[in-house]
Every structure is written in structure tokens, then in C-alpha cells.
Design a protein around this ligand. Structure first.
Ligand code: GLA
Length: 737
């Protein structure tokens, strides 16, 4: 396969010439090589990324940003001289994938120990391969036959490039990897930048953070075994610290890995900002035997001159067009009901049927039974690991309930927490060694449970078979896949000591493997990724899950902020948002309408106890769900424009515009009015200035009473809402005529 001179460029040039569109030599290619510059140009619709070989044979980043129109303008790669005896050329040059060796003092992309004790790695360019939108550049150490292939995939329409690497041991002895990164991104040097990222905790996910980048490092990471809600694996960096939702140059990136990850945002002494990312090197050691290789996580990044809104909409396109399991045939998410907050562990056939009837009446399309249906699971002290139906609660199995749900016109989903075991379970009594542990050491429990060592193939197979059996015997269309604690004592005593730290990677691979195999064997199966709320959200898990649980905190005012942070990087389509009962988190009570409108900005679910609802509440819910169905394609698959942020005042407004521009929806929320502050004018965005839009309101909160408006009026003059008091809200739809 690998060929030093393998190009598809002539084919592209020929096609372009035939079509008569070859104005610039490189216009049609997403990837091309320029022999004059000894450089590869990666082109998206609006951006250019260039990597070249310098005079030392090293791969060097030459450019990343706004589109360049002429290759010739760029001089061939040339390494920078050392600055002083303290700052070597390796540190002052933008090496595309620096091994730790020589005088490298910046964050390395790869660090190894060789069998003879050598810990020096100097990578030089060896060969290339271009195949469609994918470029592979292989480098090799100057002495040892250790190779690294840098893999670039270009997504032209999304303005995104994906990097990853494959590290291969062709030597005759074991090579131990101590840091294995997907790659590093370089920003234009000597500029002032601001970093934006999301941090959080259980029930307080996705809180946006912003800070100027200064010399030094900011480390975003998880050491918890999964992605975690502590920090999220994405970054956005704007030039000058002045970007807003619509304007400003922003470079951004996101990792696809659901285990320990790390991103290092580093400003070097030469004022070069570089963002390394990949596996976390904490407690990391990965021995490669002769012939073995390791693939690093996929690291996506892009550039937008359209501010943070531009970044989000690029990422949504990537997720919807390329990443989500249904990307080839996208469909809207169904309206879901989940029984957790209504019944908690007290599930049984009669109780679930009653809830299902009520859910069906208001327009729910999927009924999900949560925790409590299996093993001896009457509370959170027992049962995890025993994935068989509890006979006291369901004497006839799940069949009668599922058939009933199906007859009501809904499909059926079920909760699992596959990676966990309660010490009080048949599984643990039979296989205590299957829980992660160090022999003779304490096993820390959290929520009364231990983490199964999913890195073991026998554990993986047990879990696959248990879920597969449930899916084969029952008409289950959806799994809520939960994970309610993080790793502790991550021992793997059954394998040689040198291999025990592979647990961090092999665990995640096996979780992915189970999800992939279940989907393959049960076509049409959908999965939700949940980890005590939004603790496992990343572009790796999104390849095999259709939605994620955003937060266990469903309190509507808190949700406005959580959802804002979530949607910086992840599409509203995957953002599960439930309407639940009040008083809720913080002891707060908000009106049902407010709760509905907050939740309708993502993928709508109902998690309330329907047994307690009044006829008026059922009536409102029915209307709201029906309205949601008329706008959900726009919300889930369109572009999002944040008009007023919940972080910046007492008023929040978000606008969603359908991809084809035919519909726009504005949601507006007043948190708690003070001083009778007048409502600000809301200027819409993303409309066609010359088009006419017909207005549809759900209430009388829109001050303007015309039936139609021009796009130019809506965007330039703006509209006003007469919201007052606490937790007032509205939504307006605009249909292009
Ligand atoms: C986690 C989830 C909840 C619910 C419970 C069940 O907390 O986030 O939605 O499924 O577990 O135990």
C-alpha cells in the first residue's frame, strides 16, 4: 500500500481540467503535494493547513488558518535557528510531531524507552501517501526502526482537519511508549490569544471558562478513566480575545477519546502557541512488542472567522455529516419518556404500563425504563452486574410490558450500567477478580459499586453476551448506557507487570467494541451515552452513540447555562433534555412552559412523574410536544445562533435556522426580572434579507403583530418580546415564504 510516490492528484487535475474549473492549480484538491515547497497543502472550503519537510528532513508545520490562494507564496519549510544555548532549534521550530529526544523542551508528541535503555527519539520524514481526502506521512527514528505515520483527514465542507498517528515497532525488541499523542496544532506566532473551554462537575456540567493565554501551559485532561464532567475534550482559541458569537478568528479542536485524555495549551518562550492532544501520559506505559502498533485518538480541529457561533456550527456539521452513527441517513430524534424520576428503583409491569399510557397520550415516541429492572436491584446497593430480569418485579419477563408499549405506538428502551458491579451481586460473588483492583489492597467503592476490568476480554465478552441476550429476546430499540463512577485502583494483576497500565486504553477499546458489536448485530439499535449525567461526551463515543445525557441536573434555569456550554462543541441533536417536576435542583420551581421551552432546545425528553400531573399540565404538554415536532428538525439539524447568553444577564435567547433556510425558531427566556428592565430588541441572524417570513407564535408574547416580516427587518430592526416577572418564556417560528 505504502508508496513514496503515490498520488491521486493527476486524477483530480484531469477531472478539474475537463470541467474547466482549474483556475488555481490546487483548487479542486483537498490534499496536494507541492514539490517546489516540499510541502503538503490541506484545503477546506475556507482554510489552508500546510506541512512541509525542512532541510533537516523533519516534518514542520508551515501554516494553519484562513485560506491561502497560491502555493508559491509560501517559502519551503526552514527550521528556526536556536535562540540561545538554552532554546534549541527543536524548541523554536514548529515540528509537526516531535519525538522526545535531542534538545526538545516543549511538549513532545511521542516519548519512548527502547529495550537497550535509550530514551532518545528523533523522527525524520520517510514517505507519503495521498488517497482522496486522506494524507499519510510516515516518519522514522534516525537509528531504530520505529515508525510513526501521521494520518490527516480533510473535511472540506466542515472546515475541519482530523489528525491521528499510528506508532509501529519494526525493531526486534519491545519499545515502551510513555507518551503517545495524536498530534499538535500550531497557531500563528506572536499574537495575543484567549482560551475558551468547558469545565464542570456532576450536576454542574459544561461551565464555560475563558482566560488569556500566557507563556506556560494550561492542561485540560481526564485521569478518571472516562471522559468525565470535570473538563471537556475541546478547546477554542480566539485571536485578540475579542471574538463574539458572530465575529472573530477562532481556532478550535476536539478529541475523540472516551478514556484518559489530555490537551496541553502551551505558549513557548518564543510566543508560539501550540496545542498537543491525545492519550493522557499520566500513569501511561504501553509496551509495543516487535510488529505491534498503537493508534492514537482522533483529534479534530478547524478554524472559523465567524466567532464562536461559526465554531459550533462547523462542529455540528462534522458530527451530523461524519461522526454520528446515522450520519449517512440522518433522522430526527424521537421524543422520549424516561421513568427514572417518577419511579426510581420501584419499577414493575403495572406501574410502567400506567406511565406508558400517559406518555403515549401526550405524543411520546419512545418509552425508556431506567434503573431497577434487573437482579436484586431495589436500591443502589445491589444487583449491578446481574443483567437478568428481576422475577419479583416482572414475573413474566419484559415481554408483556414491551408489547404494551409497542401497541401504544412507542418503541422501548432499557437502562444498563454495563461496566459496573455491586459487591452484593451474583457476578461479584462468582468473579471477585473481575473488578479492577490491586491484590491485597482496598477496593474503593463509590455509589456502592466497583468498576469491572473491561480491559479483560472475558469480562468484555460476558457483558456483550448479557446485553445481546436481552436484545435478542426482547424488542429493545434503545439502550441508556450509564457509568456512575470513575476508576480507582486500576490494577490488572492477570497480565505481566509491564502491560498492566494498558488497562487505561484497552478498557475503552473494549467498551467501544461492545457498542459496535451490539449495533452491528442489532441493526437499528440506538444508544445513549450517560455517565452520571454528562460525564462521557466526546467525539469518540459519539461515533457509536446517538445521543448523550447532558446532566442529572434538569432544573431549567441551571440547564440554560449547561446547555449553552454543551452546545459550544456538541450538536443540540445529541443533547438530551428532559422536562421534569418541580421543585427541582436548587429547590427551584419554574413553570412547566419554561421547562418545556428550555428542553425543546435540544433533543426533547420527559422525565416527570406523569402520575402526578393535572389535566392542565397534560394539555400543555400535548401542545408543546406537538409544537416541538414541527420545529425539531430545525433545532436538531440546523445552525444555532446564540443571541443572548444566560451568563450575561437576566435574558436568554437562542435562534435555530434550518439547513435549507426554510424555518427559523427563536426561544426567549426571562430569568428573574429586576427594576422592570425593558426587554432588549432581538436581532435574528442567518436569514435571507430579501425573503419574507411568516410568523407563528405559541402565545401573545411577541410585541410585533404583523403576519409576515422581511428577513432584513428581523435581522436589522429586530423584534421584541413582552416577557415579565420570573421565568417567563416564549418561542416564535418564522417560515420562509
Ligand atoms: C445515573 C443517571 C440517571 C439515572 C440513574 C439510575 O445517575 O444519570 O439518569 O439513570 O443513574 O441509577
Amino acid at each position: 500500500m505504502k508508496n513514496k510516490l503515490f498520488f491521486t492528484r493527476p486524477f483530480f487535475l484531469l477531472t478539474a481540467a475537463i470541467l474547466g474549473v482549474c483556475s488555481a492549480a490546487n483548487a479542486a484538491d483537498a490534499v496536494h503535494y507541492s514539490p517546489t515547497q516540499k510541502a503538503w497543502f490541506l484545503e477546506t472550503e475556507h482554510t489552508t493547513y500546510v506541512v512541509g519537510v525542512n532541510e533537516n528532513g523533519e516534518l514542520q508545520n508551515m501554516y494553519w488558518g484562513e485560506k491561502l490562494t497560491r502555493d508559491e507564496d509560501l517559502a519551503p519549510a526552514h527550521s528556526n535557528p536556536e535562540w540561545a544555548s538554552f532554546d534549541s532549534s527543536a524548541t523554536t521550530t514548529n515540528l509537526e510531531y516531535p519525538g522526545w529526544g535531542g534538545r526538545l523542551y516543549t511538549e513532545p508528541s511521542l516519548k519512548v524507552t527502547l529495550a537497550d535503555g535509550v530514551r532518545d527519539l528523533v523522527l525524520k520524514y520517510d514517505s507519503q501517501q495521498i488517497e482522496g481526502n486522506t494524507l499519510r506521512l510516515t516518519c522514522k527514528d534516525i537509528k531504530y526502526n520505529l515508525t510513526v505515520t501521521l494520518i490527516y483527514r480533510v473535511y472540506p465542507e466542515e472546515d475541519i482537519i482530523r489528525k491521528s498517528s499510528t506508532i509501529e515497532n519494526h525493531t526486534k525488541q519491545v519499545v515502551t511508549l510513555e507518551s503517545a499523542q495524536s498530534g499538535v496544532w500550531y497557531l500563528p506566532r506572536n499574537e495575543q490569544y484567549r482560551l475558551t473551554y468547558a469545565a464542570g462537575r456532576w450536576a454542574g456540567e459544561d461551565q464555560l471558562q475563558q482566560e488569556p493565554i500566557r507563556q506556560g501551559k494550561v492542561v485540560l485532561e481526564s485521569r478518571r478513566g472516562n471522559t468525565s464532567h470535570q473538563l471537556y475534550p475541546w478547546f477554542a482559541i480566539d485571536k485578540g480575545g475579542s471574538a463574539d458569537q458572530q465575529h472573530g478568528q477562532v481556532w478550535f479542536g476536539a478529541l475523540g477519546w472516551s478514556g484518559n485524555w489530555k490537551m496541553v495549551v502551551e505558549e513557548t518562550p518564543m510566543h508560539q502557541v501550540r496545542i498537543t492532544g491525545g492519550y493522557n501520559d499520566f500513569d501511561f506505559s504501553y509496551p509495543l512488542k516487535p510488529g505491534e502498533h498503537l493508534d492514537t485518538p482522533e483529534y479534530y480541529a478547524g478554524y472559523s472567522d465567524g466567532g464562536f457561533g461559526g465554531v459550533s456550527n462547523s462542529l455540528y456539521r462534522l458530527e451530523l455529516n461524519e461522526i454520528l452513527p446515522d450520519h449517512e441517513h440522518p433522522h430526527v430524534r424521537p421524543v422520549l419518556y424516561n421513568s427514572w424520576e417518577a419511579t426510581e428503583f420501584s419499577v414493575d409491569e403495572a406501574g410502567q404500563k400506567t406511565l406508558a399510557e400517559k406518555a403515549a397520550k401526550i405524543g411520546v415516541e419512545r418509552f425508556v425504563m431506567d434503573d431497577g429492572w434487573f437482579g436484586a436491584r431495589n436500591n443502589d446497593h445491589a444487583g449491578l452486574g446481574d443483567w437478568v430480569v428481576n422475577k419479583q418485579k416482572f414475573p413474566n419477563g419484559l415481554g408483556p410490558l414491551i408489547r404494551y408499549v409497542n401497541q401504544l405506538g412507542m418503541d422501548f428502551g432499557l437502562w444498563f450500567e454495563p461496566e459496573m458491579v455491586n459487591p452484593d451481586s451474583d457476578l461479584y460473588r462468582k468473579h471477585p477478580d473481575w473488578a479492577m483492583h490491586f491484590p491485597g489492597r482496598p477496593r474503593s467503592e463509590a455509589r456502592n459499586q466497583l468498576v469491572l476490568n473491561m480491559a479483560r476480554d472475558d469480562v468484555r465478552d460476558y457483558i456483550f453476551n448479557a446485553i445481546d441476550k436481552m436484545l435478542s429476546e426482547n424488542n429493545i430499540k434503545f439502550i441508556k448506557w450509564d457509568m456512575n463512577r470513575h476508576f480507582s485502583e486500576p490494577g490488572w494483576p492477570e497480565v505481566p507487570i509491564a502491560e498492566q497500565k494498558e488497562i487505561w486504553i484497552k478498557y475503552v477499546r473494549n467498551v467501544y467494541d461492545i457498542m459496535d458489536r451490539l449495533r452491528q448485530k442489532h441493526p437499528g439499535l440506538e444508544i445513549e451515552s450517560c455517565s452520571g449525567g454528562g460525564g462521557r461526551v466526546d467525539l469518540g463515543v459519539l461515533k457509536r452513540t446517538d445521543e448523550v445525557w447532558t446532566s442529572d441536573n434538569t432544573e431549567a434555569l441551571d440547564r440554560l447555562k449547561i446547555q449553552e456550554g454543551f452546545t459550544y462543541a456538541y450538536s443540540p441533536k445529541v443533547m438530551m433534555a428532559w422536562v421534569t417536576d418541580v421543585p427541582n435542583f436548587n429547590g427551584r420551581s419554574t413553570p412547566l412552559k419554561f421547562r418545556f421551552l428550555v428542553a425543546m432546545q435540544g433533543s426533547l425528553g420527559i422525565g416527570a412523574n406523569l402520575n402526578k400531573w393535572s389535566p392542565e399540565e397534560f394539555d400543555l404538554a400535548t401542545k408543546m410536544i406537538s409544537y416541538y415536532k414541527s420545529i425539531r428538525e430545525t433545532v436538531q439539524m440546523g445552525n444555532l445562533y446564540r443571541l443572548f447568553s444566560p451568563r450575561e444577564g437576566e435574558f436568554t435567547a437562542n435562534e435555530y435556522v434550518a439547513r435549507d433556510g426554510k424555518q427559523a425558531v427563536v426561544f426567549a427566556f426571562l430569568h428573574s426580572q429586576q427594576f422592570r428592565n425593558p426587554m432588549p430588541a432581538v436581532h435574528l441572524r442567518g436569514l435571507d434579507a430579501n425573503a419574507i417570513y411568516r410568523v407563528k407564535t405559541i402565545d401573545d408574547k411577541l410585541v410585533e403583530k404583523h403576519e409576515t416580516y422581511s428577513g432584513s427587518y428581523l435581522m436589522n430592526h429586530g423584534i421584541e418580546f413582552n416577557l415579565t416577572g420570573d421565568y417567563d418564556s416564549t418561542a416564535v417560528t418564522f417560515e420562509r415564504q
